[in-house]
Design a protein around this ligand. Sequence first.
Ligand code: TYD
Length: 214
Amino acid sequence: MEFMAKLITCEGIEGSGKSTQILNLATHLRNQGREVIVTREPGGCPIADDIRRILLDPANQQLCPTAELLLYAAARAQHVEEVIRPALAKGAIVLCDRYIDATIAYQGFGRGLDLALIDQLNQVASSGLLPDLTLLFDLPVETGLGRALARNAVALENEGRFEAESLAFHQRVRDGYLQGASQSARFSIIDATGTPEQVSERMTRRVDAFLGAS
Ligand code: TYD
């Protein structure tokens, strides 16, 4: 059986569990015999990973919002060109942890940067490549941040620049995602509350339905 190339992106606020679920989804789809590539933004290839380091370094508090926006766009341009397009050309399913909608939600709704400008930059950086399906892992901000804080306390991550933002910031990010999802048919909102097994079950049901239908 011939499988079709697809770009599936995962989005959500900090602590939504999407990074765990994307691995579960990869396993699920590989068990169906599909070729799957898992990647993430910012990053996904060496040059974009270098840019990621600048973006997520908690020491870079002075990074101004416009520079931040352009760095996310630069990392995306490299990643789309070097990783995503070639993988799709091979017929793979590409699972990407965050993509253009993260820029709309974080830089647009979170930081308050101009949404029309962000759309233009997303268009340039992605060379017009839209996801076939976007899974939005949605949950209350308090629940997500609670999970993220618990995880950081254990792992002592040094990538906490956004996790240090206010509750109001993350609320705007969540609202931005939900607004985007309400305006575009490529979104599927996954209830991200409950156990990882419950969320995984909700997600695989949706994705199987999507791939079965397309
Ligand atoms: P990461 O550690 O991958 O966060 P998570 O595990 O919660 O997904 O870091 C990605 C961070 O970058 C996250 O806080 C969201 C932010 N981000 C943007 O602000 N804009 C973007 O365009 C992208 C891709 C990410």
